[in-house]
Design a protein around this ligand. Structure first.
Ligand SMILES: [Zn+2]
Length: 237
């Protein structure tokens, strides 16, 4: 998703930002709670000029980033305890961990019912849940991918191969070799947000950058993509 990030250096750090070209006349810099920095710039703006403006605001950007950083420790790390909530396709489910010989995970009336030989073994709970997530990701992502391909408004000369991967900083990516990778953590996001990430990457089969043509195509393929992007950021932060 952050394919064409630009960056400036400030002090000893690198500040990365993405540019969105729009019809508006003035340039706007926004720092989001997930620490992403989005520069909205008039069409045909010069990249070096944008960089200059970002540099000028670097102190302010650093301050915003610091502000959002303070909230991070308050996002508790998951402990895999009974009653704790975990996401699946945008919904919260509580853990119900029981002892049993046939280990596995089932989704039942708002609960992840996890059966394991030793219910105190939290490492095993996590393993079982993540194996389940991965199997679901394989199934659902392929399903959504096929639907997105079908609805995509441009004839594709190359149909990318879908891969599910562990990714640290991105929700999806498209390689030059034609692999569309999705972050396996996306299985926690709502269906329509997963479709947004897929469609974004499909647009990269036509435009490799984030030009205004790219966003025009994205808007065509998915008119409410901005709302979905925002929803994804909120859900997964
Ligand atoms: Zn992108």
């Amino acid at each position: 998703m952050n394919k064409d990030n630009d960056a400036i250096s400030y002090g000893n750090r690198l500040i990365r930002y993405s540019i969105i070209y729009t019809k508006r006349k003035s340039l706007e810099i926004a720092v989001h709670p997930d620490s992403s920095i989005i520069v909205t710039a008039p069409q045909n703006s010069d990249e070096s000029k944008i960089k200059k403006k970002v540099k000028k605001r670097a102190k302010w950007i650093a301050k915003q980033l610091k502000y959002y950083k303070q909230f991070e420790p308050f996002t508790p790390q998951k402990q895999f305890l009974n009653g704790e909530t975990h996401l699946y396709l945008g919904k919260q489910y509580r853990l119900k961990i029981k002892t049993g010989l046939a280990e596995g995970v089932k989704l039942k009336r708002g609960y992840f019912v996890i059966t394991q030989k030793d219910k105190e073994d939290k490492k095993r709970t996590k393993e079982l849940l993540y194996n389940w997530y991965y199997a679901k990701a394989m199934q659902k992502f392929n399903e959504y991918y096929d639907a997105c391909l079908k609805n995509f408004p441009v004839n594709k000369s190359i149909i990318p191969v879908l891969k599910i991967r562990k990714m640290k900083r991105r929700w999806g990516s498209l390689s030059k070799q034609g692999t569309l990778s999705l972050n396996r953590e996306l299985i926690k996001a709502p269906k329509e947000c997963i479709e947004y990430v897929i469609t974004h990457e499909l647009c990269h089969t036509v435009y490799s950058n984030h030009s205004s043509d790219f966003y025009k195509l994205l808007g065509n393929a998915m008119p409410d993509w901005k709302k979905l992007k925002h929803k994804l950021e909120l859900k997964m932060s």
